[in-house]
Design a protein around this ligand. Structure first.
Ligand code: ATP
Ligand code: MG
Length: 227
């Protein structure tokens, strides 16, 4: 799914400019890193992609949806095509691993037999088949994040957003999570990862968008290099 920002600026009610003059394109099947210090605007960009926030100026285009014309029902449709993963996992502690991953499938009205099949497949792909009946708080941080990734992938979205997915994890576990995200990308899903781990990001050899003070380095995303 194609993502395009056309001269996007966003200020919150406080009047502070969170991001300014953002132009960027993420092509189908791309793996892109969004790197920048705290307060740079990474989460703001993520939120505008799943249309939880809207530009003050400019336009965000995600697949066939535009920030200028999208409304309530279409936002729900868009979100079925965009998986989202957060730093703090956001799993429901009273539900098993299986039920956490089943949630978006149930919300989308999938049949029980289909849900069983899909949850099994996606749990297998994150290497956690044996934990299906466990509760989230019994899992390690890395395992919880893998469950969150499995949940985000349950509807097989063409785009996966991960906002500081390794912010609460140790370096080895972080590497494993990045490996998993690369694996998902090899399966054809576009992936955008926000992180301030620029060393790790640099080693991946993928396109890096550098954000600082709400602006992309060079004023746009086109010159950004792999390293
Ligand atoms: N809901 C909000 N209301 C007002 N200001 C906000 C809001 N969310 C973010 N901001 C401000 O917008 C700017 C960008 O914030 P954002 O959360 O996008 O940064 P970030 O790069 O994700 O930072 P971090 O690495 O700490 O998560 C910051 O100055 C922040 O204080
Ligand atoms: Mg953030």
């Amino acid at each position: 799914m194609l993502v395009e920002f056309r001269n996007v600026s966003k200020s919150y009610r406080s009047g502070l400019m969170a991001v300014t003059g953002i132009n960027l394109t993420i092509d189908k099947g791309e793996f892109v890193l969004l790197v920048g210090p705290s307060g740079a605007g990474k989460t703001t960009i993520m939120k505008m992609i799943y249309m939880d926030e809207f530009p003050t100026r400019g336009e965000v285009i995600v697949g066939r949806y535009s920030s200028k014309s999208i409304g309530g029902r279409k936002i729900a449709m868009l979100r079925r095509q965009v998986g989202v993963v957060f730093q703090e996992f956001r799993l429901l502690r009273d539900l098993t691993v299986f039920e956490n991953i089943a949630l978006p499938l149930r919300a989308a009205g999938k049949r029980e037999s289909e849900i069983k099949k899909r949850v099994s497949n996606v749990l297998y792909s994150v290497g956690l088949s044996s934990k299906r009946h466990q509760f989230p708080l019994k899992l390690s941080g890395g395992e919880q994040q893998r469950v969150a990734i499995a949940r985000a992938m349950a509807l097989r979205p063409p785009l996966l957003l991960a906002d500081e997915p390794t912010g609460n994890l140790d370096p080895d576990t972080s590497e494993q999570i990045f490996e998993l995200l690369l694996d998902i990308n090899r399966g054809g899903t576009s992936v955008l990862v926000a992180t301030h781990e620029h060393d790790l990001a640099g080693r991946l050899g993928k396109r890096i968008l550098r954000l600082d003070g709400g602006r992309l380095a060079g004023g746009g995303g086109d010159e950004s290099c792999t390293s």
